[in-house]
Design a protein around this ligand. Structure first.
Ligand SMILES: Cc1cc2nc3c(=O)[nH]c(=O)nc-3n(C[C@H](O)[C@H](O)[C@H](O)COP(=O)(O)OP(=O)(O)OC[C@H]3O[C@@H](n4cnc5c(N)ncnc54)[C@H](O)[C@@H]3O)c2cc1C
Length: 424
């Protein structure tokens, strides 16, 4: 008999996993269980078009109910899986949900994502202090933004910056408070961090770096200001806390799976138990290019590609070829596109014009290109993404010749060296 599969978490990774299982020919029951009340939906617009008011909740759904029904994917929403019980030495067992339902399964996939990290300071639970992870958060934040005049964004990561851009576009006074010495420091090089700081400042937002929040001050239970450790008080009627997320690993831990900054999986999305896979924001996996150390990638691209791999593993078919990691962020009219992982780079080349807000930064390790951050430069992004996928080189001394388009500077992999123009 075909195995029954339980997928815990119905979002980007869970939906992809269910769909890919069917595409792989799995005919057994597939139960996709999500704690949120809505059908699965896209999160990226929550800090972009949706927050700006350009789209409504119904438009965010990945698929119609008919899509799941046609594929015999049993979509269960509004129910949290609270407990997994496994038959010893197997991946079979049963799950208990928050409504008391029991779901029997032969194999299980964890796609539980992440929850927001909360500010641990006095006043952090005052009315007017918001977070942004799911649709419910975004609906509340959007309504609160309408009424707000002074917004403090705590945290200069992508979500904080995107929300800050929306708030400023809506005409609010905005201050970004970041504890480290640069914006989006975990993801981009200092050149790009500096660029984003200037870009936000040019548009009228104050950016405070190296600034830690000591307390949130209130008046009649509502936020009135944010107090910094240096004594500064920033008046605010809305505070958005965007200080990162924590992977949801509690179910995995309870059944004894190895977790280390995420549910630890291998290249095949397998946990320590061969019949249990995990994918998306909840996982920590070997570095996709070096294989050294564990990384947790919070991106749509990773959730999708890891879910495809996890589905292939469960279905017992070869996994798809690994994909080059990629990511995007939209702030104002600035589209950032990232391909590859720049961590550990030892050299970088900047092409284009930062003042014109159109440039790319290529990152190198031991002379080999490993990543690109491209701002309003989609062609550079595509060239590097393709090079990373095909193993072509873009030698740094050639890349410095900014008079020539990047796509003319590729040196294909293999014996047929010599520069080559990429067909995009
Ligand atoms: C505001 C915002 C903007 C973003 N913008 C971008 C972007 O521009 N580009 C990009 O690449 N990425 C972006 N991301 C990141 C991207 O959305 C995530 O990487 C992606 O959603 C991860 O998918 P996931 O399925 O792994 O986890 P999640 O989307 O976190 O989903 C996990 C789901 O599992 C459910 N769940 C957890 N535990 C249980 C349980 N025990 N029982 C049942 N259900 C459970 C949760 O309720 C949740 O619905 C953004 C994220 C946010 C929040």
């Amino acid at each position: 008999m075909s195995p029954a599969t339980l997928i815990v978490g119905a979002s980007q990774a869970g939906v992809q996993l269910a769909v890919s299982l069917r595409e792989a020919g799995e005919t057994g029951p597939v139960m996709l269980v999500g704690a949120e009340p809505h059908p699965p939906y896209q999160r990226p617009p929550l800090s972009k078009a949706f927050l700006l008011g350009g789209t409504d909740t119904a438009k965010l759904a990945f698929r119609t109910p008919a899509f799941y029904a046609e594929r015999s994917i049993e979509l269960i929403t509004g129910e949290r899986v609270e407990r997994l019980a496994l038959r010893p030495g197997t991946a079979e067992g049963s799950a208990t949900t928050s409504t008391g339902r029991t779901l029997a399964f032969d194999q299980v996939a964890l796609t539980t994502g992440a929850r927001v990290r909360r500010l641990a300071v006095p006043g952090a639970d005052l009315a007017g202090v918001h977070h942004l992870r799911d649709m419910a958060d975004a609906v509340l934040l959007r309504a609160a933004l309408d009424a707000a005049r002074r917004v403090v964004v705590v945290g200069g990561g992508f979500i904080g910056l995107e929300a800050a851009a929306v708030a400023r576009t809506l005409g609010k006074d905005v201050v970004i408070v970041e504890a480290s010495d640069r914006l989006v420091g975990r993801s981009v090089a200092p050149t790009v961090s500096d660029f984003y700081r200037s870009a936000h400042e040019r548009r009228g937002t104050a950016v405070l770096l190296g600034s830690a929040v000591a307390r949130v001050l209130g008046d009649a239970g509502r936020v009135s200001a944010v107090g910094l450790t240096d004594g500064t008080e920033l008046p605010a009627d809305l505070v958005l806390v965007g200080i990162g997320v924590v992977p949801r690993t509690e179910l995995a831990e309870a059944i004894g799976l190895h977790c280390d900054g995420g549910v630890v999986v291998d290249r095949h999305a397998r946990t320590g138990n061969a019949g249990i896979v995990a994918a998306g924001d909840c996982t920590a996996m070997p570095h996709p290019t070096t294989g050294v150390g564990l990384v947790r990638l919070e991106s749509v691209a990773n959730a999708v590609s890891q879910a495809k791999t996890a589905a292939a593993t469960l279905a017992g078919i070869p996994p798809p070829a690994p994909e080059v990691p990629w990511f995007w962020s939209d702030q104002y009219d600035l589209k950032l596109q990232i391909a590859g992982l720049s961590t550990g780079h030892d050299e970088s080349v900047v092409r284009g014009d930062l003042d014109a807000e159109r440039f790319s930064v290529l990152y190198y390790r031991n002379g080999a290109v490993v990543a690109v951050d491209a701002v309003n430069s989609p062609v550079d992004y595509l060239v590097v993404r393709k090079a990373l996928g095909t193993g072509a080189a873009i030698p740094p001394d050639l890349a410095r010749d900014t008079g020539r388009p990047l796509k003319e500077l590729l040196v294909p992999a293999g014996p047929n060296r010599g520069t080559h123009t990429l067909d995009l």
